[in-house]
Design a protein around this ligand. Structure first.
Ligand code: PGA
Length: 253
């Protein structure tokens, strides 16, 4: 049984005051569910991670970073290491979010190093994959996510991959209000699970959580969650509003 997982990706939003206020309200709204029937995490900007982690310390809600660097320490100006994130109470980190791939220019090779470093250092990576609109229209979705999964997981053993969560986020659905239908998402999730099975075996493929992301809202979460291979959601815009995020966390399957 895979426990549902709902994670909020705040992107480059909030400030020191509103970030703590947001998680305090989420914690009071989701207290029944958080840490029991649903895994819940929030991913604030780096500079607010510590305050958010402190505010959530007794809540059962985990904290994740939006990115991480793969080197242990040293002359890497502007970067943040796995051990720094662990030091301030982070458990998860996003790797290869579509905005990092398509706005910042991250490659599968770099993302692979980040995923590997996160797992080795004890963080739980959420590897994001997903196709552009033109790739979907050219029927290249499976090819694109295959390349991103194979590239992102190069050199990792099944044992290491146990620490992983995958997020399927079609780029055309992120921040656009256009959600993939539950059937469209399920089709890709099943494809991903079958690919993982070929690569790492049935047991691992059955245990890995695959989240859907892209314009998830309280009114479409239930549909998505009824699909057998959709194990949760990565939420952008709707994670910035405490009642909305809490409603998503408390979806009814
Ligand atoms: P969205 O973002 O929910 O605002 O579409 C999802 C994401 O980028 O993870």
């Amino acid at each position: 049984m895979r426990k549902p997982f709902v994670a909020g990706n705040w992107k480059m939003n909030m400030d020191s005051h509103t970030s703590v206020e947001l998680v305090e309200r989420i914690a009071s709204g989701s207290v029944e569910t958080a840490g029991h029937s649903v895994t819940v995490a929030v991913c604030p900007p780096f500079v607010y991670l510590q305050a958010v982690a402190q505010a959530l310390s007794t809540s059962g809600i985990a904290v994740g970073a939006q990115d991480v660097y793969f080197e242990l320490n040293g002359a890497f100006t502007g970067e943040i290491s796995v051990s720094m994130l662990k030091d301030i109470g982070c458990l998860y980190c996003l790797c290869g979010h579509s905005e990092r791939r398509h706005v910042i220019g991250e490659t599968d090779e770099l993302i692979n190093k980040k995923v590997a470093a996160a797992i080795t250092g004890g963080l739980l990576p959420i590897l994001c994959v997903g196709e552009l609109l033109e790739e979907r229209e050219a029927s290249q979705t499976n090819e694109v996510v295959t390349r991103q999964i194979k590239g992102g997981l190069t050199g990792l053993s099944a044992e290491k991959v146990q620490a992983l969560t995958i997020a399927y986020e079609p780029v055309w659905a992120i921040g656009t209000g256009k959600t993939a239908t539950a059937d469209q998402a399920q089709e890709v999730h099943l494809f991903l699970r079958e690919m993982l099975e070929k690569k790492f075996g049935n047991k691992l493929a059955k245990s890995l959580r695959i989240l859907y992301g892209g314009s998830v809202k309280p009114d479409n979460i239930t549909d998505l969650m009824t699909m057998p291979d959709i194990d949760g959601a990565l939420i952008g815009g709707a994670s910035l509003e405490p009642e909305t995020f809490s409603k998503i966390v408390q979806f009814q399957k």
